[in-house]
Design a protein around this ligand. Sequence first.
Ligand code: ADP
Length: 415
Amino acid sequence: MNVFVLNCGSSSLKFQIIETDADLIEKDADRQLAKGLIERIGSEAIVTLQVGDNPPFRGAQPLRDHKAALAHVINWVMAPETHIPGISGLSDIHAVGHRVVHGAERFKGSHLIDKSVIAGIQECIDLAPLHNPANLKGIFAAIELFGPAMPQVAVFDTAFHSTMPETAYLYALPYQLYRRFKIRKYGFHGTSHRYVAFRYRKLTGKQRKETNIITVHLGNGCSACAIRGGQSVDTSMGMTPLEGLMMGTRSGDIDPTVIEFLMHKEGTSVDEIFSTLNKRSGLLGISGLTNDMRDLEGEAEEHQDRRAILAIEMFCYRVKKYIGGYMAILNGTDAICFAGGIGENAPGIRKRILGNMEWLGVEIDDGRNAKAIRGREMLISSDTSRVPVYVIPTNEELILARDTVRAVKSLPFPG
Ligand code: ADP
């Protein structure tokens, strides 16, 4: 089957076309046929489109909404000069898989989209006002443009964490608030943590039940996950993606009193404060320079910029603290796995996070660590390290495509 994987953000659309099916999954032989990204939807959009490993096409195009952006992609996919192997018409796309950010307690796995699933995603908007509406725009646009007969599947970021126990997911608030409003930790990046755990099993030959690891996704958004017996038992993001680690522009954990304090001191509205916590904090907020880790490392190294150094130190300190906490709740860990743009490409950051943890059995091999860049799956710990450390480049789109096939063909879903 050729699956069109769609990931819609508030002003962006990412897609991949992946050839996959039960036998290809079995052989790990799925094939990415094309991919692309449209940014700044709503104005002069920036379009990047690529077939296989060919050089990408980049251009600008006025695209007023997600439907116009998807129509642009479909026209490109179908154009005879595009030449995507195996695709000459719309009938060569067999299903669409959507990334949906928040599934709350309702969605514990991936689902074939029908009216009730759409209503369920709409009900979760309260919990994810920034994300679910964009995901729904993608779903509605795809139903319209691919036609109602095209099977569409929703894959939720929260689903992998639905196995967390109450002890981990409840906030210590009056219990009625959980009962009435479902205020609790849900966790995100679930497809990424799930993919990394799956690859860890492939690399080590372990069974799901034997998978006791810590996965750390460090991109623009960052989260850590404690996995016991192949299932998520705790994760750092919360009811929304704002909780937990320090991120590119998000604060991560803060004392909630800061919000009230700022409201009084500066007369700022709640919306304005949350905008600061989501968009002007984290690496950007502390450095005052950028949310981009590459640039921060450059500033720290070339100009010894004090706040760039501070931002990097705080970032790594927070990750170390979560890893330490998860080692405690897991009774030790069989491995630590890094993913995400920073986790996959920044040896200096990985070293800083896991330095001085020899007493916990973690020893980084500097040579291996330096080589683990640009999407290389690698062991980066020394041979004497009691806890192996891996870099495992994430591939959320592959999980989306595979779950789409499974949902369409009623195949079982592995975790
Ligand atoms: P998103 O969460 O938006 O998918 P990514 O996973 O692509 O983001 O990660 C983006 C982050 O990865 C940025 O902070 C970027 O600076 C960082 N990054 C990418 N390459 C490198 C590198 N070579 N060294 C350090 N940081 C990097």
